[in-house]
Design a protein around this ligand. Structure first.
Ligand SMILES: [Cu+2]
Length: 65
């Protein structure tokens, strides 16, 4: 499992939005947000372009680290 720190996620809607955005990135097999930790946890089926993943999360208003 890979972990990406994401700031700005506060509620179940944020969680769902980030999981959906991450799920659209090539190579992301599954994505789950840990709201308490402020982290996106994801599994790779192929190497993920982390810059593209971060850009997708920024585009919906969150702040990946
Ligand atoms: Cu929210």
């Amino acid at each position: 499992m890979k972990i990406l720190k994401v700031n700005g996620m506060r509620c179940p809607n944020c969680k769902a939005a980030v999981e959906e955005a991450a799920g659209k990135i090539a190579g992301v097999a599954s994505a789950q947000v840990d709201l308490a930790a402020g982290e996106l946890h994801y599994e790779e089926s192929a190497p993920v372009d982390v810059a593209a993943l971060k850009a997708a999360i920024e585009n919906i208003g969150f702040d990946p680290q």
